[in-house]
Ligand binder design. Structure first.
Ligand code: NAD
Length: 511
């Protein structure tokens, strides 16, 4: 473990990243504004400055301006709209390291993971560019002679995006790249814990928009906490709310949008599991498990939280996991070789400690980790040793998502039992099996109740080409690849009569 960086090192990293992305440094001096947000880095716990935030009035004005921009943008041909995301993707490529620096400072990700997040943005821009020529509908045979029946897809309007701290920009880009080619305007309420990264990403998008001649105010950012998000959620002009975050947030936001008959796309918490079967390639499973469980300090929605391992190999496999955990270097993500960075804040640390205490009360044995490190050096930063906890069964604490690196281990004797344990939680995001048996793998794929089901690969680290999302309390939304673009458009069924007659469907006679 090496010493944590100085405040100045972190500030320099942030200001270099911000200025290279075209964000005015005056953003750091927002304390004079009528509304403001404090910013901090989880790496050191230091204050990064105060950012001017939106008021109810400025938020409403931005939504109104986005609505106006939409009215122009909707008429731009979709392949021409594609040029905007193409240029945004190019700028993200040029500024990959710059934006990654801001992500590291604010979210505490390692440079490799932060750069990977920006790469995801570049990938979805490429995907959306292709999609801009493929917003296709179907043509169906009509039951009436001289008639044509077809489906067409149209822009929705203003899309409101709410995002979480742990993927501060990638999830925004999944929504935004597709919504923009779909002809929508996008209003973004980023996490209050990652506003600088949002400003960096948005500055590059604003530059791309200006360069390709897209309307102004097509993609404004609302700076603020839950209250500002709530205003956006209640605003009738926001046709679709795409919200990523905790189940708690989804429970608050979902009914509000439903009440006004708006559209909603929810990407909420996960409680992801991997089954390790006796036939598994143990070394491969080990690497898959350790990356998925301890990477990003357990702060991915797809983090592996439950290990369901066959009783015949459980002791041997768990010993290997514990041994691997002991080699993980914990510390500042800015240091070479560090694999586990900080938790986002003291709230996460407290939640982790409470979960470990509850796990012990429910009969669990902490096999390794759980303790705080580097606290003497930086009392306001929260670094922890990732924990492995062997549980007698899937008790209450295991069924909850604690957004910290705790891996609960339970054992099983046959695959049906493993699947029952696997599906026996309220969340349904990501899942995996490690096996060499075709029949086991197929049974798992057909029975896992998650939106993501993998074989011989861990639960985290999805590619943008597939649809991303999950079932049950995870919210049911799908974003990114496959045909997720449809969420940002509305379909219309068109009947065109070129017969010169007016036959009615189902043979109905009238006049
Ligand atoms: P959070 O729920 O605290 O906040 C997420 C966002 O929602 C923030 O921008 C916040 O300001 C906003 N928000 C919260 N309550 C709101 C309300 N009532 N009205 C409007 N906006 C509101 O989550 P977090 O701590 O930032 O992120 C961690 C959580 O997000 C975890 O549960 C994780 O699993 C989940 N997550 C899910 C996915 C996914 O794709 N399924 C991806 C990333 C994170």
């Amino acid at each position: 473990m090496t010493a944590l960086p100085t405040d100045q090192t972190i500030t320099d990293l942030l200001t270099t990243g911000l200025s290279a992305c075209g964000v005015d440094a005056s953003v750091l001096e927002g304390s004079a504004a009528s509304a403001s947000l404090p910013a901090r880095s989880p790496i050191t716990g230091q204050d990064l400055g105060t950012i001017a935030a939106d008021t109810a009035q400025t938020a409403a004005d931005k939504i109104a301006a986005a609505q106006t921009a939409f009215e122009t943008w909707r008429d731009v041909p979709a392949p021409v709209r594609g040029q905007l995301v193409q240029r945004w993707g190019q700028l993200l490529g040029e500024h990959k390291e710059d934006l990654a620096k801001i992500i590291t400072v604010e979210a505490g990700k390692t440079p490799s993971e932060a750069a990977g997040e920006v790469q995801e943005m570049i990938d979805i821009c490429e995907f959306a560019l292709g999609q801009s020529r493929q917003l296709w509908g179907k043509t169906m045979p009509s039951e009436r002679p001289g008639h044509r029946l077809m489906e067409t897809w149209h822009p929705l309007g203003v899309v409101g995006v709410i995002s979480a701290f742990n993927f501060p920009v990638a999830v925004y880009s999944w929504n935004t790249a597709l919504a923009l080619v779909a002809g929508d305007a996008v209003v973004w309420k980023p996490s209050e814990n990652a506003v600088f990264a949002a400003l960096g990403a948005q500055s590059l998008l604003a530059r791309a928009a200006a360069e390709v001649g897209a309307p102004e105010n097509l993609a404004p950012v609302l700076i603020g906490g839950r209250d500002i998000g709530d205003l956006m959620v209640r605003d009738e002009r926001v046709a679709l709310v795409s919200a990523t975050g905790s189940v708690r947030m989804g429970r608050e936001v979902g009914p509000v949008v439903a009440e006004r008959f708006g559209k909603i796309l929810l990407e909420l918490g996960g409680n992801n599991a991997a089954i390790v079967a006796p036939s598994a390639d143990i070394d491969l499973a080990l690497r898959g498990v350790v990356f998925a469980a301890a990477g990003t300090a357990g702060q991915r929605c797809t983090t592996l939280r439950r290990l369901i391992v066959h009783e015949s190999i459980a002791d041997e496999f768990v010993d290997k996991v514990v041994a691997a955990y002991k080699t993980l270097s914990i510390g500042s993500p800015t240091d070479d070789g560090v694999l586990v960075g900080p938790l986002i804040n003291s709230g996460s640390y407290d939640a982790m400690q409470a979960a470990l205490k509850q796990a012990e009360a429910e009969g669990g044995e902490i096999l390794c980790g759980g303790g705080r490190v580097l606290a003497d050096e930086r009392p306001d930063a929260h670094y922890v040793e990732p924990a492995v906890v062997r549980m007698p069964n899937q008790s209450a604490v295991v069924k909850e998502e604690t957004f910290a690196p705790i891996l609960y281990v339970v054992t099983y004797s046959d695959l049906d039992e493993a699947l029952e344990i696997h599906n026996g939680v309220p969340q349904g995001l990501s899942s995996a099996i490690f096996t060499a048996e075709l029949a086991e793998s197929e049974k798992f794929l057909s029975r896992s109740d998650c939106g993501i089901a993998n074989v011989n690969i861990g639960t985290s680290g999805a590619e943008i080409g597939g649809a991303f999302g999950g079932e049950k309390e995870t919210g049911g939304g799908r974003e990114s690849g496959s045909d997720s673009w449809k969420a940002y458009m509305r379909p219309a069924t068109n009947t065109i009569n070129y017969s010169g007659e007016l036959p009615l469907a189902q043979g109905v006679e009238f006049l």
